[in-house]
Design a protein around this ligand. Structure first.
Ligand code: LHQ
Length: 265
């Protein structure tokens, strides 16, 4: 029997999800993509899960689509890749983006193709200094998918987006952090320690505030200021009525740390 494509460990409200095909740098095959879809759906509903950390087993984070499953001798010279995106990648990216809980990608090594863009879908990307991000697509005659054209253009602007996508050269983690594509770069040996410290901080925060903040920030770039102010009004109304606000203010007035509900519901 083949190994589990995903390993999931849940402790103190933090789910650590490890992509587990290290012999192929954790490239996505159908089993792994299906397991990821099922796992994100499950963790979304799990009130005990407050934060999700995704990382890769072995020396890589994720090398994108497993190209051994795409041999043109087997699948023909003109496959319908749009259908693969529709079935697997697009729902996966939206599941992360719309998840009302913070997702951290702890990028431990090469992140290439859809593997790079899967990482960039996370709310926080922390990378080991030796990690790199490669929009490998042009090398095999494709365009960036799994949100690549969106992340690159929104976070970096067209000039750098085009250079990364069209030249398909690896971007060092350090440069990715300098450019604002990712949150931080850390020494290799401290990657998981730093990712878990961040996860614990987020797990101690108000789950409702984090969920609504994520939602509000996602809509900000799509709206003019007046419309975004309206969204802030609506989401702040929800936040104010959710209970954590009362606890946060009481804690401030009583000069003590806030004790938010440790549940995502
Ligand atoms: C791999 C892979 C891999 C299989 C390394 N597959 N084995 C969506 C819709 C549908 C179809 C098409 O695709 C997509 C989205 C996409 O993701 S397209 C982009 C697919 N990914 C790539 O093109 C990246 C291919 N990989 C690489 O360029 C390199 O492996 C990187 C730069 C990631 C790492 O380079 P190295 O550190 O030098 O490692 P390596 O190349 O020696 O790889 C280690 C092993 O992993 C090796 O196997 P071997 O048996 O020789 O030790 C590779 O063949 C295997 N591997 N990526 N995507």
């Amino acid at each position: 029997m083949s190994a589990q494509p995903l390993l999931v460990d849940m402790t103190d409200g933090i789910a650590v999800v490890t992509l587990n095909r290290p012999e192929r740098l954790n490239a996505f095959n159908t089993d792994m993509l299906s397991a990821l879809a099922e796992m994100f759906a499950r963790l979304r509903e799990d009130a005990d899960c407050l934060v999700i950390v995704v990382t890769g087993a072995g020396r890589g984070f994720c090398a994108g689509q497993d190209l051994t499953t795409r041999d043109p001798l087997l699948s023909g010279p003109t496959p319908d890749l749009g259908s693969t995106l529709e079935t697997h990648y697009n729902p996966l990216i939206l599941a992360i983006r719309d998840l009302p809980k913070p997702v951290i990608a702890a990028v431990n090594g090469p992140a290439a193709g859809a593997g790079a863009n899967f990482a960039l879908a996370a709310d926080f990307v922390i990378a080991a200094r030796s990690a790199s991000f490669l929009q490998a697509f042009a090398r095999i005659g494709l365009i960036p998918d799994a949100g690549g054209t969106w992340w690159l253009t929104h976070h970096l602007g067209e000039p750098r987006a085009k250079a990364l996508a069209m030249l398909a050269e690896p971007l060092k983690a350090e440069t990715a952090a300098e450019w604002g594509l990712i949150h931080r770069v850390v020494d290799d040996e401290t990657l998981m320690e730093e990712a878990m410290a961040l996860a614990r901080r987020l797990a101690a925060a108000s789950p409702v505030a984090l969920a609504l903040t994520k939602q509000a920030i996602h809509t900000a770039s799509e709206h003019a200021l007046a419309a975004q102010l309206g969204i802030e009004r609506d989401l702040q109304r929800q936040a104010g009525q959710a209970g954590d606000f009362a606890e946060g203010v009481a804690a401030f007035l009583e000069k003590r740390p806030a004790r938010f509900r440790r549940t995502a519901r």
